[in-house]
Design a protein around this ligand. Structure first.
Ligand SMILES: [Zn+2]
Length: 266
């Protein structure tokens, strides 16, 4: 009799567990679907106001862009550290990720889990408070070691990247281009997955040539690009996506390389 009671109770407990977990999964799925299917009018108007890249897309591509933003927002955490964030900031982060990869709709930054938004620029120890004799100059970074899977962006610099005041600088695009560059295993300025092998040699020559022009101070490209090939790619990509027309006019050869790398004619 006791055994029978035990079996009945066990079956009931298992049934309850299955029911609860099913309804939780269903709820989760519903939330996710909601997130994927909805792009509010308010969000569209934020994009129209703030994101030049979006403004320049036709209706069909705008919809595609929105879908890619939703997928990014549904799969990555965006967290504020000692500051606050709103939908404008969230959309700016997601746009920074989607703009360079717009031609590769299946790519969703597999190595990224979290984007941290800092209240300002920071030093190597991630301190945002100014110390004597200590310069703070980092506005964004791709985390490694303990911070693997994390991207850090300074909020005022992210906002400035999309308010029209910075025509060549975009900290968000800079960091996400590093991540795209690193998908072949190395953040080295040569995004092998996006380039044909036969193209790599001439790309390296192009970098060297342009670096020489920057060194002679005859280029309007940010001299930070001289740091190494990876920074060069990130810096010219910021300019390419922020002011494509003037970039094309001033740097026609570089422009063609970037069109080829990102598979986008701007
Ligand atoms: Zn960099």
């Amino acid at each position: 009799m006791q055994t029978l009671l035990f079996i009945i109770v066990s079956v009931l407990v298992i049934a309850v567990i299955i029911y609860v977990s099913n309804s939780q999964n269903k709820k989760k799925k519903q939330q996710q679907n909601l997130l994927y299917s909805e792009f509010s009018q308010e969000w569209k108007s934020i994009l129209m106001q703030k994101i030049l890249f979006y403004r320049n897309l036709d209706a069909e591509d705008k919809e595609l862009f929105e879908k890619q933003l939703l997928r990014f927002l549904a799969t990555k955490k965006i967290e504020a550290v000692s500051t606050s964030i709103d939908d404008t900031v969230r959309l700016m982060v997601a746009s920074s990720a989607v703009i360079p990869t717009f031609a590769f709709p299946n790519f969703n930054y597999p190595s990224v889990r979290t984007v941290l938004i800092y209240p300002g620029s920071f030093d190597e120890d991630f301190n945002t408070v100014k110390h004597k004799n200590h310069q703070q100059f980092i506005t964004g970074m791709v985390g490694n070691k303990g911070l693997k899977g994390t991207v850090i962006l300074s909020k005022p610099d992210l906002l400035a990247a999309y308010n029209g005041s910075r025509t060549k600088h975009n900290v968000g695009i800079h960091e996400f281009v590093h991540l795209l560059d690193g998908t072949d295993g190395d953040i080295d300025g040569i995004p092998e997955r996006l380039m044909e092998n036969s193209y790599v040699g001439s790309w390296l020559f192009e970098i060297k040539d342009e670096m020489e022009v920057i060194m002679k101070r005859k280029s309007d490209i940010n001299p930070y690009g001289l740091t190494n090939n990876a920074e060069f790619l990130a810096v010219v990509s910021e300019y390419f996506f922020s002011s494509p027309k003037s970039f094309k006019k001033k740097h026609p050869d570089l422009y063609e390389y970037l069109v080829d790398i990102f598979d986008q004619e701007l």
